[in-house]
Design a protein around this ligand. Structure first.
Ligand SMILES: Cc1cc2nc3c(=O)[nH]c(=O)nc-3n(C[C@H](O)[C@H](O)[C@H](O)COP(=O)(O)OP(=O)(O)OC[C@H]3O[C@@H](n4cnc5c(N)ncnc54)[C@H](O)[C@@H]3O)c2cc1C
Length: 437
């Protein structure tokens, strides 16, 4: 196993660091979130939204548009959840292809797929109007085969996307990769126009402004402790007092805790890690990604990467299914980045950070209701579009009774699971074995 392998022993080589290196998301450096003055919680609200990420804020904005007063509460500050920490890579689709969705779930499966396409459009429209500074760009997506054996599945995927989904796609063989991805270690790839980039924190700030303008109130540093079902509505017990609400939307995804045990037993939080380099300069940036595509590979221990608007390489991955420190993950990611782009050896890392992805046991997102509480979560690493749209659909359901066709899909759980994913090291070992095949 190579010294630079992401799965190799940690701490062998240390990534070179910029002087101003920090372990916070790159995106926070140039985002101004709306200033929220702490105010007492109201005793009542039409709707309490738990979580101020894409899901919660998109929901609050749409609820306001329907004349419902939403009170958004978050245990952290704006941007501290995954919505302010992700890579800003946007796409339509979920982790199951359309054939599988239709075969297993019939019309509900089709409806879920269609919702993901709507979600993709929604981000483009919302960014244009509410967050033009988020620099949304229709960049396309290149998915690269890390083993020759993965080309077969990519070809099937490419054909389905072209024929059934109307995407503009093309397969690139190994010798055609140079113009798209001058990088090492791949045997070809699938290029699709289904991919866009966005500055995620600025997009989130735009959603926050939109929800405030629609009449919502946002309360940071307000942890929900429990939610009590009443005869009509719910009482939300928080660290700063109680709120009685007609409806509650739980939008806590990978940060779901004991306040929402029903969801906690169904969501698997998995850490994902990102590094950003110093700005590469135009020539070097063009040498990394001439077309500025969103890129990812076929590993289960997936790597994903893109250029930032100011020309840094933003390179992310799972690195481990067990929790590791940001420092360890950073060095592993750097090693993986240099394996892919040897020409970047020596380039310094300016930022490294982590966040929680919310996985589910069926690897599908869920918008559903249990015991009168609405839940929207489980985007499995694709929540920029899905979160924004599931929040919006949740608001339509709450305000207008418009129940999405896929809301009946069973949100699975397994016995003995209570939010602590004890099985991840085992799953990780299995997947890393698969990645070698
Ligand atoms: C490193 C990383 C990279 C990613 N890259 C991409 C990408 O490129 N493209 C993509 O589509 N997706 C990506 N994702 C996934 C995406 O960021 C998420 O799916 C999405 O942000 C989820 O939004 P959300 O609003 O549902 O949850 P979050 O933004 O995570 O917000 C949930 C909020 O709930 C709050 N909360 C939890 N419990 C409580 C409580 N008891 N009381 C009050 N508040 C509570 C938390 O504080 C948190 O702020 C990435 C995720 C990570 C971590």
């Amino acid at each position: 196993m190579s010294l630079w392998s992401p799965l190799g022993p940690p701490g062998k080589r240390v990534a070179p660091l910029a002087e101003n290196y920090r372990e916070t998301p790159l995106w926070w450096d140039d985002t101004t979130f709306p200033t929220l003055v702490e105010s007492p919680l109201p005793a009542t609200a039409d709707v309490v939204v738990v979580g101020s990420g894409f899901t919660g804020l998109a929901a609050a904005a749409r609820l306001g548009a329907h004349g419902k007063h939403a009170v958004v509460v978050d245990s952290s500050a704006l941007g501290e959840g995954a919505s302010g920490r992700n890579a800003g890579m946007v796409h339509a689709g979920v982790r199951r292809d359309l054939d599988t969705l239709e075969r297993k779930y019939g019309d509900a499966g089709r409806a879920l797929h269609d919702a993901s396409v709507e979600a993709y459009r929604f981000v483009a429209q919302t960014a244009a109007t509410a967050a033009p500074d988020a620099m949304y760009a229709q960049s396309g997506w290149l998915h690269l085969a890390h083993r020759r054996s993965r080309m077969k599945a990519l070809r099937k995927d490419e054909a389905e996307r072209r024929r059934r989904l109307g995407e503009s796609t093309v397969m690139l063989e190994e010798d055609a990769l140079e113009s798209e991805a001058p990088c090492r270690g791949f045997f070809g790839g699938m290029l699709t126009d289904n991919g866009a980039s966005i500055h995620p924190a600025r997009y989130l700030a735009g959603l926050a402004r939109l929800s405030l303008a629609s009449g919502a109130t946002l309360h940071e540093h307000t942890r929900v402790l429990s939610i009590e079902s009443l005869h009509t509505g719910s009482r939300v017990h928080t660290s700063r007092g109680d709120i009685t609400a007609g409806d509650v939307l739980v939008a806590t995804n990978g940060y779901t805790d004991a306040a929402a045990p029903w969801a906690r037993n169904r969501i698997i939080p998995i850490g994902s890690y990102i590094i950003a380099t110093e700005p590469l300069g135009d020539a070097r940036a063009a040498d990394v990604s001439p077309q500025r595509r969103m890129m990812s590979d076929t590993r289960n221990f997936l790597h994903y990467w893109r250029l930032s608007p100011d020309g840094r390489l933003v390179f992310g991955g799972r690195t481990s299914f067990a929790p590791v420190s940001v420092r360890t993950a950073r060095d592993r990611l750097y090693a993986a980045m240099i394996e892919i782009y040897p020409q970047l050896a020596g380039v310094r890392v300016s930022h490294a950070w982590t966040g929680n992805v919310g996985f589910t046991f069926d690897q599908l997102p869920h918008l559903t209701r249990s015991d009168g509480i609405t839940y929207a979560m489980g985007y499995c690493g694709s929540g920029v579009a899905l979160g924004s749209w599931m929040g919006t659909l949740a608001a339509e359901w709450i305000a207008k009774g418009a129940r999405p066709a896929f809301s009946d899909l069973r949100f699975p759980r397994i016995p003995l699971y209570r939010g602590h994913p004890w099985f991840l090291p085992l799953v990780g070992a299995y997947y890393s074995l698969l990645d070698q095949l």
